[in-house]
Write a protein that binds this ligand. Sequence first.
Ligand code: 5GP
Length: 191
Amino acid sequence: MQALKDAIGRYGKGIGSSIIKVDMFLNHRLDIPLLNLMGKALADHFEHKKPDVILTVEASGIALACFTALHLQEIPVVFAKKGKASNQAQDMLTSSVYSFTHQKENTILVDPRYLVKGQKVLIVDDFLANGQATEGLINICRQAECEVIGIGIGIEKGFQEGGKGLRGRGIDVKSLAIVKTIRDGRIILDD
Ligand code: 5GP
């Protein structure tokens, strides 16, 4: 998606060989017109599959999920909360997720009242790297007996394994920009 690629080119920074910083528009300061376009692009791709609900994970997936939902007949957004597998987890759907950026294990939790058996779920997140966050959300959908109809991503890091693994299982993954590599702090995108 050209507007996102332009924003990555203008504001994105590569840190080391694997971290991308896009705080300026995607996950600290939010560029609302850009998020609106991104949400529309994801909605256009998935609307024929008629999702009932969007599932994302706090915090940085929420904005893109909301704009996508607005373009899909205003379906609800459910975000998994990050927490400890403690008494907070009682009666919750939970999954364990290793965070690539923070290098630690998180438990993600969803109240089962908000994912109803048989619902079609579109998973949305800002980034796809190794696919841990997405796998955790898929696992939660499985527990809720919901069907994952696809995965919508803002920026996929194509040099990490998440996208390949998901597509290899026949899952429809739509990424609005795919990063080929990071070189000297510069982000090189796929065409
Ligand atoms: P994965 O679980 O696919 O390894 O990583 C995806 C999750 O980690 C996303 O929810 C995203 O918030 C975070 N993430 C992974 N890589 C990056 C990155 O390069 N930059 C930022 N800002 N977040 C990332």
